[in-house]
Write a protein that binds this ligand. Structure first.
Ligand code: AMP
Ligand code: GLY
Length: 425
């Protein structure tokens, strides 16, 4: 197949590596991609928000499938433009992408579909925010309504800090004040063709910058899959997946379909397992980053086949995706100063040495071409790359991942040392 992947992060690199691992030899294009993706796909200079230009490229080259990686093109309606022109696209249209683009929209859909989630109040003024704090109690959870690149949510016991966060976003529109939920978090991905869903294997993300879940929230500093401890409460990982399919994914997909805005793409359920049961914290309308980097290396069913079936409305004909019994972990290497003020432009050394560790691949998030021909790649952003390791158990995969990341040098870089440490014990 000819496949065009939109996006430029480690998630897109992981998708491309998964496509490349298939028996079929695909021709893969990436726009805009990054220096690591350039080693595995042909980079195309396209604006990922320009649906007409993407459609023109897809038609000219006879692209069979467009995979939209990030949320911004989805919310901008790029998938609608492609679908209107008959180009198979994996990614929801603008309306269904509001599930991620607007927290208020997501709450409305969950209410209509009877999906379990935290109680939330929409507040438009400082007085309404304060009243909601009184009503829901501490700790306080405040969520900006629109896309905020991971910065829109605050969870704090400090009322003044929570109020300041709300006031920062209020000029742009109402904020959500949500009841505080506690328990382990799980990311579960569903492929959807608008009607039928197929679950992937659960993963867990490490959102805080520092070891022991300290420091600020980030886009994600590491992940692992599967989550064997789910069997403690649910009997088996499969039983957990079946429950979330029936109580979360299918009701939401049916609700969106009934509203005439079918969800075609990846439904990311961000869940929290509270003592009272599973609750949805958020939906995303695309693959999670960095969870994708640990889910896809374990997928045995060809990814291209699943994505095309979802894009073409034929998921019902596909068997359940199969996963390897191997486990996977990923550790994110971040630039000095990430997340507040990442330092960029520095050289990265040791990539080949890291990738030579058994079971390891290096997935690029923000890398750029060398300053001079033959030189080293440079870091161009906060989350620079991910070391992904598979192994027969978590101790094995951790040993490989940390051996590999230790071989990479980038001045001032940092990473967490405790990814999947608890599950390895
Ligand atoms: P979100 O952007 O909605 O995923 O929120 C970011 C993070 O904030 C989540 O991964 C949780 O760790 C935390 N969070 C969000 N909502 C709640 C809540 N109601 N209770 C506790 N923590 C939350
Ligand atoms: N890992 C969190 C996200 O992809 O939004």
């Amino acid at each position: 197949m000819k496949i065009l992947v939109l996006g430029s992060g480690a998630r897109e690199h992981a998708i491309i590596l998964s496509l490349r691992s298939e028996a079929d030899d695909h021709e893969i294009f990436a726009a805009p991609g990054n220096a690591g993706i350039a080693q595995d796909a042909t980079l195309v200079d396209l604006d990922q928000l320009d649906g007409a230009a993407i459609a023109a490229f897809a038609n000219e080259r006879g692209v069979d499938l467009v995979v939209v990686g990030p949320e911004a093109p989805l919310v901008a309606g790029v998938a609608d433009v492609l679908r209107e022109r008959g180009i198979p696209v994996f990614g929801p249209g603008r309306a269904a992408a509001q599930l991620e683009g607007s927290k208020a929209f997501a709450k409305r859909i969950m209410d209509a579909a009877g999906v379990p989630t935290g109680r939330a109040v929409r507040a438009s003024t400082q007085a309404e925010v304060e009243a909601a704090f009184d009503d829901l109690g501490a700790p306080h959870v405040v969520k900006a309504d629109g896309l905020a690149a991971g910065k829109g949510v605050i969870v704090t016991t400090d009322r003044a800090e929570a109020l300041a966060h709300a006031e920062h976003y209020l000029p742009a529109g109402p904020v959500l004040i949500e009841e505080f939920l506690t328990g382990p978090e799980v990311s579960l991905f569903f492929l959807s063709d608008g009607d039928t869903v197929r679950a992937l294997s659960p993963a867990q993300d490490f959102k805080r910058a520092l070891d022991g879940d300290g420091g600020p929230n980030t886009g994600g500093m590491g992940a692992y899959s599967p989550l064997p401890w789910l069997a403690d409460d649910f009997g088996s990982v499969e039983a957990f997946v079946a429950e979330v399919t029936d109580t979360v994914a299918l009701p939401v997909v049916r609700q969106l379909d009934a509203e005439g805005t079918p969800f075609i793409g990846l439904l990311y359920a961000g869940l929290i397992l509270t003592p009272a049961g599973v609750r949805v914290i958020e939906f995303n309308a695309r693959f999670g980053d960095p969870e994708t980097q640990v889910v896809l290396p374990r997928l045995r069913t060809p990814l291209s086949r699943l994505l095309l079936a979802a894009a073409s409305g034929t998921l019902e004909d596909e068997p359940q995706p199969e996963f390897s019994s191997d486990v996977a972990i990923t550790v994110v290497l971040a630039s000095e100063g990430y997340p507040e003020a990442p330092q960029t432009g520095r050289m990265i050394e040791g990539l080949a040495d890291a990738a030579s560790v058994d079971g390891v691949s290096v997935v690029h998030a923000a890398t750029g071409a060398p300053d001079a021909p033959g030189g080293s790649l440079v870091a161009t952003g906060g989350r620079v790359l991910n070391v992904v390791a598979t192994g027969s158990d978590f101790a094995d995969a951790r040993a490989r991942a940390y051996e590999a990341i230790g071989r990479i040098s980038l001045d001032g870089a940092h990473y967490r040392h405790d990814i999947a440490a608890r599950v390895a014990e």
